[in-house]
Design a protein around this ligand. Sequence first.
Ligand code: ADP
Length: 373
Amino acid sequence: MRHCKILVINSGSSSIKYRLFDVRTNNNKHDAHYDLLTKGLIEKIGQQGSGVSDHKQGIQVLLNQLVASRETGLSSLNDICAIGHRVVHGGVTFGHPALITDEVISKIRDCIELAPLHNPANLAGIEACKELLPQTKQVAIFDTAFHQTLPEHAYIYGLPYEYYEKYNLRKFGFHGTSHHYVAHEAARLLKKPLKKLKIITCHLGNGCSITAVKNGKSVDTSMGFTPLEGLVMGTRCGDIDPASVIFLADKENISLEQIDKVLNYKSGLKGISGISNDMREIKQAARQGHHRAKLALDIFTYRIKKYIGSYVAALDGVDAIVFTAGIGENEKDIRQKIIKGLFNFLNRKKVKVFVIATNEELMIAKQTFHLVK
Ligand code: ADP
C-alpha cells in the first residue's frame, strides 16, 4: 500500500480554500482510495487588519496550518506529493488538466481577458505555491476544460464568424469539474460505463448550469462565453434577448458597465422576486403568498425544464438526469416540479433521476493524482 498526499487549492480574489487528501494505492494504481484529511479557509486576503496581505502570505499561513495540524500526518511539507489548483478559465488552450510549467502559467495569463475576475486570483495561488514549494509538482484543473469537447455547432454563436476567429468569442461553459464529477458518479451508481451513457447534469447553486454528457463527453452546456448565459440564477439573468441591453442603455441612460452589473448581480431570482438570491428565502416568501417570489420560482423551474427537454433532443434520448449543488441537492420540491413536467414526455421507467452531492475538490485531487502518479 502506498500513500500520497494531494493538496487542493481554490484561490479566489480575497480567500483561499484548501483540502488535503490522502491517496492510497496498492500495486494496481487504477484502484486508488481518497480520504479527506483536513480542509480550511484563509479569508480577507488584502483587507486591513486581517494579517494576510497577499496570496503568498495566505499560502504560507495555510502551509503552517497543515504542518501544525495532527489530522494531516505531515512531518514536513515535502510529504505533499502534488498540488491541484482550480483555474476558472482555460480558454481553447486547455481541454485537460495541465502540469504547471512557466509556459502553462503564461497561457493561463493569456486567458485573463476571458475571466478577469477569476484567473488572476487563481494564478496568484499558483505562483505563491511555486515560490514556497518549488520542488512540488503542481497541476491546473480548469472549469472550462470538460466542455472543450463541445462540437462546433454547439459552441459557435450566430454572430459574424470573424468575431470567433479574431477574439475566440464562443461558448466555453463553466462548472465543468462539477458536471464531470457527478456524471462519473451517476455512471458508477448505474453500474454502466460512462462511455455508454447519455446523462443530463444540473448544477443548481447560486450559479446554475446544465450539461448534456454523451459517452462521457460534454456535448452542450447552458453557460456560454461567460457564466451569464443559460438558466435564471441567484443574481444572473441567464438567456435574454441581446437587444434588451441596447434598449436599457437608452431608456435608463446607463453605461454598458452598469448594465453588466445589473445582468450579473441584480437579476435572476433576486431581480424577479425583489427579495433575495437565496432560494430558501424565496420559497418562504412564496409560501406566504408573495406573487413575485412565486413567479421567480416558476421561471426558475420552467427554464430548467426547457433546457433539459432541449438536451434530451441534443442527446437523442437520456439515461439519467442528475441534480447537484445547493438547490439541486437540497430542494426536493423544486426537483419534483421539474421532474413531474419532464415525465409527461419521458419514460419514467427508463430515465433514472439522481441527487448527487458535488465534490469538485475530490475531482481535482483525482485528476491531479492521475497526472502526476
Ligand atoms: P454556490 O454557487 O455559491 O456554491 P450553493 O451550491 O451553495 O451555491 O447553493 C446556494 C443555493 O442553494 C441558495 O439558493 C440556497 O438557498 C440553496 N439551498 C437550499 N437549501 C440549502 C441548504 N440546505 N444548504 C445550502 N444551500 C441551500
